[in-house]
Design a protein around this ligand. Sequence first.
Ligand code: COA
Ligand code: AMP
Length: 635
Amino acid sequence: MTSPYQTAYQRSVDDPEGFWAEAAREIDWIKPADKVLDDSAAPFYRWFVGGELNTCHNAVDRHVQNGRAEQPAIIYDSPMTGAKRTITYAELKDQVSRFAGVLKGLGVEKGDRVIVYMPMIPEAPIAMLACARIGAVHSVVFGGFAAQELATRIDDAKPKAVVMASCGLEPGRVVAYKPLADKAIELATHKPEKVVVFQRPEQTGEMTPGRDHDWAEEMASATPADCVPVKATDPLYILYTSGTTGQPKGVVRDNGGHAVALKWTMKAVYNVEPGEVYWAASDVGWVVGHSYIVYAPLLNGNTTVVFEGKPVGTPDAGTFWRVIAEHKVSTLFTAPTAFRAIKREDPDGTFLEKYDLGHFKTLFLAGERSDPDTLKWAEDKLKVPVIDHWWQTETGWAICANPMGLEPMPVKHGSPTVAMPGWNVQVLDENQQPVKAGDIGALVCKLPLPPGTLPTLWNADQRFKDAYLVDYPGYYKTGDAGYIDENGYVYVMTRTDDVINVAGHRLSTGAMEEVLASHPNVAECAVIGVHDDMKGQVPLGFVVLKSGVSRDQGEIVKELVGLIRQEIGPVAAFKQAVVVDRLPKTRSGKILRGTMQKIADNQDYKMPATIDDPGILPEITEALEGIGLASHRTG
Ligand code: COA
Ligand code: AMP
């Protein structure tokens, strides 16, 4: 007898058009699709071609029409300011249609890009939904990036307008967004015509007359705008993510496939019914924030929590439990690092005793590998299922998960369980051949990918092909390595490229190397991710100085740390670098970053057969020992 999961999975593989056409019935269409899957331009695939809809209508207006007008759509809870606010679906519709009117009034039209640069306040989802309402394409930029990173995104997306808050709040400091955005616009070649500023009382921003407009003033006089029909294949948003270089990848998300897939996941993956309170403790600047703070819960008629705070220190390690209890949260989604932070502060879970978590059903974790210790701790303390699931900015939703609404499966610690319907996940070796169960290889997904995944990169079809489709023809390369066991459970072990995961944030070591190399004293450099008990990984730099540089090395390291903060931003969490005489390389000149990482993490390593000069490794070990990492070991 086949199980509900197996039935759904098999159908999604055998008859993807039928499977997703059925899921599409849950969405209001202005015009149904002519073709569910268009493969005529493979390897570029398009879902729901010919269909028309409006994502904002599906996320907001239709719930107002269908009896949810007075249900909270958003609960804003900010331990940073003490503010709490509830916005019903009717109020959300009013706010979003007004802000859509503001954008229209400022000349933003269908297809125009709008950069949204906001912290965790309700105005962020309001701005995103307002863009969707008028067919504009939003691109949200995370607040922890530096002006240069914002400038790079402005130049790539070429927005007509920037919508921003005057500041964000981090524990112990106000992050002044306005001067940062002004600087970014100054650095960028493309100049956005309009800037809308939501002034926060903690720090207001100075306005540039003619270009800058005050959010509150504009809203007061705005004419609300209606939803416009957009094509299913029109872009809803661009979200930039780290690749292997300093130039981030503009992941494109379409309207139709996205709405269908995300709505489907709310039941199948998360087992959440409309009306429940769903909380993704992430940030709107990341894909988890896009999919599971804003779009999926609203498409499903849930109440979503917009939380401005940290898991610890705002004010204590009981904050998550307070929010769950106070707002009757049924489902929490966050990164394992948040739980490692809580566990470190309150290993016995004493804060849990203060709160009634009676409504809490399930904890979902993603963004980085869930270490079994943390997962078991969460299971033990919370007494609810703790579900690891694996996905990426590119995919927009889970490649692998434990499908709680289809068929909950036994949890295997260390595995995000099984491939979700729509995902034909395989493990291939370097010759593109399948490996046997249990053997490690590249995790790839057979094309076409399901709806909601990236159709391409913004204005970069060739880069899309080169980055994801060329190495394994017929497959999407995830960039992760891992294995599948004999029961079909997938294990995601490590990235195969220059991407690292720091506190659930995806960062490019290549981008950091570009910054270090720009320092006038640096001849050569390498950045690797080393193990960190709380953040999972943190970056560590190695630099070789130009000959003749005799300055104090401590000073140079300090400058390098400052340079990364200035060029990439505090989110890079780059705090350590060591000066070495030489970097270990292969005979063809490739830096042996993998070996350096093993030494730093105190793991056994094999002397690479292709190493040019083995004598360099003890020098690296010694330098690492100097900062408290590594110890002499060879295998
Ligand atoms: N705006 C400005 N700066 C920010 C920022 C933002 N939105 N977010 C983080 N930063 C800054 C931090 O203040 C910190 O600055 P510092 O070097 O001056 O201390 C730096 O960027 C590094 O931040 P982070 O790596 O997040 O470390 P942290 O010590 O501030 O917090 C955690 C660690 C684990 C508590 C936090 O990362 C967290 O809650 N993560 C889990 C949730 C999550 O965001 N997941 C993302 C995907 S699901
Ligand atoms: P991002 O695009 O920021 O979501 O980062 C995606 C990357 O994070 C993936 O390619 C993985 O390397 C890692 N990742 C996300 N979720 C998991 C998970 N559940 N287990 C292991 N790695 C994960």
